[in-house]
Every structure is written in structure tokens, then in C-alpha cells.
Design a protein. Structure first.
Length: 114
């Protein structure tokens, strides 16, 4: 798998020769997984039913951790090349919801977080 490399703000990266930078194999899948998890349910006009239901799970006074973790797991399984989601662990710390996910891909194991 190949994909365009993005920086921390989601902008395209350039390599030293000012060409678009590319991620390959495991790094490409990990970046794609991170972007899949960032997509909010009903956000995408052409894929209305895809995304993580943040408004139902995270943006509430009582965060629904199990539903949030399950939503992330299901979303990660939609990524081409992901064979298995080993685990997803979410937690709230000082009003910040974060997660870490361990995935098994066709290129090996990886870890993503957000």
C-alpha cells in the first residue's frame, strides 16, 4: 500500500527534492487508520454512514468508553490491509479522551493512537 504522507496538521509533506512524500506498507496503513478514526459519522457527504460516532460516544458529559472503543475497532477493520484489531484502549484524563490501538496488518503489527 502507498499513500501520500501527511504532517501533524493533515497537510501534504514534501521530500527533500520538493516532491510529494509517500508512505509505504505499514506506515501507509497506520496513517490511513489514523485518518479513518478521525472521520466523524455523517461527516462525509459521499459516505454518510461511515465514521466514528463522536457525538454519541465522546462529546457527552458521560463518555461511553466501550462504545467508543468498539466504534474505533470497527472503523479500523474497514482499512485495506488491516487483518485484525488486537486491542483498543480508550481513557479520559483531565477532560481529554485518548486511545491506543494495536493492529495486525499484512505488513506486520502496528500501534496507532490519538
Amino acid at each position: 500500500m502507498d499513500t501520500l504522507k501527511l504532517d501533524d496538521t493533515g497537510d501534504l509533506c514534501l521530500c527533500k527534492k520538493n516532491n510529494l512524500a509517500i508512505y509505504r506498507d505499514l506506515n501507509a496503513i497506520k496513517q490511513t487508520c489514523e485518518n479513518y478514526v478521525k472521520a466523524t459519522l455523517n461527516e462525509m457527504i459521499l459516505n454518510w454512514n461511515n465514521g466514528v460516532p463522536y457525538f454519541q460516544t465522546a462529546f457527552n458529559t458521560n463518555v461511553n468508553i466501550p462504545l467508543f472503543e468498539n466504534s474505533i475497532k470497527n472503523r479500523l477493520l474497514e482499512v485495506d490491509g488491516v487483518e485484525k484489531v488486537i486491542s483498543v484502549e480508550a481513557k479520559v484524563n483531565d477532560e481529554t479522551l485518548s486511545y491506543i490501538a494495536y493492529i495486525q496488518t499484512i505488513y506486520g503489527d502496528g500501534v496507532i493512537n490519538g
